[in-house]
Design a protein around this ligand. Structure first.
Ligand SMILES: *[C@@H]1O[C@H](CO)[C@@H](O)[C@H](O)[C@H]1NC(C)=O
Ligand SMILES: *[C@@H]1O[C@H](CO)[C@@H](O)[C@H](O)[C@H]1NC(C)=O
Length: 391
């Protein structure tokens, strides 16, 4: 998943009065000025999602063909959720430690990412909240019809056996623009999945995670329009209007787009920084054929940013007007290196959440709900309270 990080290359481009130098990239997080930047810079949205194998915990009962009993104290909690919220609040849960502390008055769908918890399922269903399992598609089988058929059947069994409400597909592999066969193959996977669900698991959802831009970013030349047609909606790992517009432009109805925002930030080592503007020059880190990417930085959870990084900052919380995001600079105590941290907090998130009503999107969601420090109720509440009541 990604954060907004626009990194500008180089060679004396004049921007906001700063001359940038060869082999340095100025990290900028520019929301409104982003169009210009995107034309010269690529973006990495892989990170944690990359190289992840599909989780194995769903598979045990499938292999043995055992029907699992309903784990909930009332059998009705093992039925799929049938109500439809006005807007989605679509959250990724990556650990089973915090879910009781999520704001259940707001959430509509939880994706179990990397674990399964029966108690979470029963709790969610008692609140009318959907639970989806996160799956990947085996890239080597994209054009293998038989493998696809088996894969789809296994997903049906998983959803049935675990009393889930559907599936969230996270596929982030590159598909080159000239590989029409692979592009078609990916669309076929989603289409067959949804068609089969409709037949055997009425109401079960198929949702698909997509990159911040529909234009083949990170080498991902997918048929986004047809994937949107075939699925319930796309979760756009995004954050800004331009990103969402790139999907609207190719004809996807706004209601089929869920705005994904980061509940994490990025830390970038600075080669140097400007003591007046606090802009920081980054190392050149290429990714999938583009010279600048957020591969130059590392993700940091919001909880850690506020508790561990911000208190040690040299600058205190700064606000970048163009990006409408906070950032700060600190010195790493061990290496003595200067680090810049960009992130989102309630103030910047509220601005992004407004896009849901402005563009009439299908809802919003975040990666991920466990990025907060749930021992700190003030932090936790301020982040959850920033989410509008859309249910
Ligand atoms: C039954 O399960 C639900 C959902 O997990 C829970 O909220 C409720 O307290 C449980 N009821 C009893 C009587 O244990
Ligand atoms: C990336 O940088 C290298 C070396 O500076 C250059 O040769 C290449 O053309 C650049 N690629 C892009 C896509 O800008």
């Amino acid at each position: 998943m990604l954060l907004m990080s626009w990194q500008l290359v180089m060679d004396g481009i004049q921007l906001k009065g700063i001359t940038m130098y060869y082999h340095f990239i100025l990290v900028e997080i520019l929301l409104s000025a982003a169009t210009f930047i995107s034309s010269i810079c690529g973006h990495n949205s892989e990170s944690r999602f990359q190289q992840r194998e599909e989780m194995i915990f769903y598979k045990d009962s499938l292999l043995q063909g055992i029907k699992r009993p309903c784990p909930c104290n009332e059998t009705k909690y093992c039925s799929r959720v049938e109500t439809h919220p006005k807007k989605e609040i679509f959250i990724f849960s990556v650990s089973n430690h915090n879910w009781l502390k999520y704001d259940w008055t707001k959430v509509t769908t939880v994706v179990e990412f990397g674990y399964h918890d029966d108690d979470l399922l029963c709790h969610a269903h008692s609140k009318g909240v959907r639970i989806l399992s996160n799956v990947n598609i085996p890239v080597q089988d994209l054009t293998n019809q038989r493998a696809r058929h088996i894969w789809v059947q296994q997903r049906v069994e998983t959803v049935k056996n675990y009393f889930l409400d559907g599936i969230n597909v996270d596929f982030e592999s590159a598909i080159p623009a000239d590989r029409k066969d692979l592009k078609q193959g990916y669309t076929d996977y989603i289409t067959e999945l949804k068609t089969t669900f409709k037949k055997h698991l009425p109401g079960a959802m198929v949702t698909v995670d997509v990159a911040w831009n529909s234009g083949g970013v990170d080498g991902r030349f997918y048929d986004y329009k047809r994937i949107a047609d075939a699925s319930d909606f796309l979760f756009v790992m995004s954050y800004d209007e331009r990103s969402m517009r790139s999907y609207l432009k190719i004809g996807i109805p706004p209601a089929k787009l869920v705005l994904g925002v980061p509940w994490y930030g990025y830390r970038y080592p600075c080669m140097a920084y400007d003591t007046v503007t606090y802009h920081c020059w980054l190392k050149h880190v290429p990714f999938r054929g583009v010279n600048c990417s957020d591969a130059a930085g590392n993700e940091v959870d919001y909880g850690a940013i506020i508790k561990a990084y911000l208190p040690r900052s040299l600058t205190g919380r700064q606000w970048d007007k163009a990006a409408q995001s906070p950032f700060f600079i600190l010195k790493d105590s061990r290496s003595d290196r200067v680090i810049q941290v960009w992130y989102d907090d309630p103030e910047s998130l509220i601005i992004k959440y407004r896009l849901v009503s402005d563009l009439q999107l299908g809802g919003l969601g975040m990666w991920n709900a466990d990025s907060l420090d749930y021992d700190d109720p003030k932090m936790t509440q301020s982040m959850w309270n920033a989410i509008p009541n859309l249910k």
